[in-house]
Design a binder for this molecule. Structure first.
Ligand code: AGP
Length: 370
């Protein structure tokens, strides 16, 4: 069994460590040799069809939905098409406004999630082109979709999804750049610049994985708590949602993720002495705003940990109890790095609580029934 886990104590830890390889494999053959263009040779979507898309729906469940939130924000930023993200169990029952010019993207590691499959069928019945981002080649979703971008994460065994999520992010980056290329919404230089930064991601993840002691110690600290909060703005908020879900599902610590600006509309009432707050502060354009939210919780006695870039650590330490730095990349690519310490945090917190890391209570790897 340890051999299956490649010498790691759990599948989850093994899969966290496989991420640099999964990033490389998911990019392989999808970037041309010059490193300046995206090539998606298997795609049926024609350039003409891509130019006619006037809105995008991204539909998924759980962690795949969280990857969709990042993907949606990136498409809006790079391609300037309106994007709507929804969880599949809501989407399928609310008669979504789908037209033949809607591109529907469904995201699923297993390719077998019942609600996501039903959402795909609803979209096709309304004439939309459906693109699936999935990790299992022969799965029901991969078979039924009009187009597939496979993530090449390899089999994911742990119930808590890690490498599938980050590979989904890579797939979204590639596809967003491809749309931008076809629609001409970004210059060739800008596209080459993002691609170059993507090539650096695997090594940057390796550097995070080489220094886990501080995050492990922090996980042992939060393992003693029953409630905690994640806050962030923009893409940091999307990653906060994923960090919170990961922590809940395997450590059983109650946690909630909030868009930092929403705190004062209710949740701030729950902040009292020593409540842990994990603040994601990687997005420069809203950094100052996040810092003022950090000060609000600090003033109520919260115990704040900030996740940021090295250059902001000294400054942030004036307002927080501790800070962890992640390597620097482009703001849109930051989720592919910032989620890694949060995966490790969930892993070590679960371990500290003596839980079954790979098989958390009440959960199945693939939800094939409603
Ligand atoms: C992730 O850690 C969860 N176990 C869960 O949210 C999962 O992402 C969700 O059930 C969707 O699964 P899928 O990607 O196989 O469709």
């Amino acid at each position: 069994v340890t051999a299956e886990k490649g010498g790691f104590a759990h599948f989850m830890l093994k899969e966290i460590h496989e991420q640099p390889r999964a990033y490389r494999d998911t990019m392989l053959g999808r970037i041309d040799e010059s490193g300046r263009r995206i090539i998606l040779p298997d795609l049926h979507l024609t350039d003409e069809k891509i130019r006619s898309i006037n809105n995008v729906h991204i539909v998924a469940c759980g962690t795949a939905f969280h990857a969709g939130l990042v993907g949606g924000a990136v498409i809006e930023r790079l391609v300037r098409i309106p994007v709507m993200c929804d969880v599949a169990s809501e989407y399928r029952y609310r008669s979504p406004l789908i037209t033949p010019d809607t591109l529907v993207i469904v995201v699923s590691q297993s390719g077998e999630t019942a609600d996501t499959l039903a959402a795909l069928r609803e979209a096709q019945a309304n004439g939309a082109h459906v693109l699936a981002i999935t990790n299992v080649v022969g799965s029901s979703i991969a078979r039924d979709a009009d187009d597939v971008i496979s993530t090449l994460a390899g089999p994911e065994i742990a119930v808590a999804s890690t490498k599938a999520y980050t590979s989904q992010l890579i797939a979204f980056y590639l596809f967003s750049l491809y749309l931008a290329q076809v629609r001409g919404t970004q210059s060739a230089e800008e596209i080459a610049h993002v691609i170059a930064a993507m090539h650096a991601l695997p090594e940057q993840v390796e550097s995070i994985l080489a220094n886990v002691d501080a995050i492990k110690a922090y996980a042992e600290h939060i393992a003693k708590h029953e409630d905690l909060f994640f806050i962030g703005r923009g893409l940091d908020y999307a990653v906060a949602l994923e960090g919170s879900l990961k922590l809940k599902e395997i450590s059983y610590i109650h946690s909630e993720a909030y868009a930092a600006g929403e705190l004062k509309h209710g949740t701030l009432a729950l902040i009292e002495e020593d409540v842990p707050v994990i603040a994601l502060a990687t997005q420069e354009s809203v950094l100052e705003k996040t810092v003022s939210n950090i000060k609000e919780v600090k003033a109520r006695g919260a115990d704040v940990m900030a996740l940021t870039h090295e250059e902001h650590v000294t400054d942030l330490l004036k307002s927080v109890d501790q800070a962890f730095a992640i390597p620097k990349t482009l703001p849109i690519l930051t989720p592919a790095l910032s989620v890694v310490p949060l995966q490790l945090l969930a892993y070590y917190a679960s371990l500290a609580r003596g839980n079954d890391v790979d098989k958390p209570r009440n959960l199945a790897k693939s939800v094939t029934v409603e």
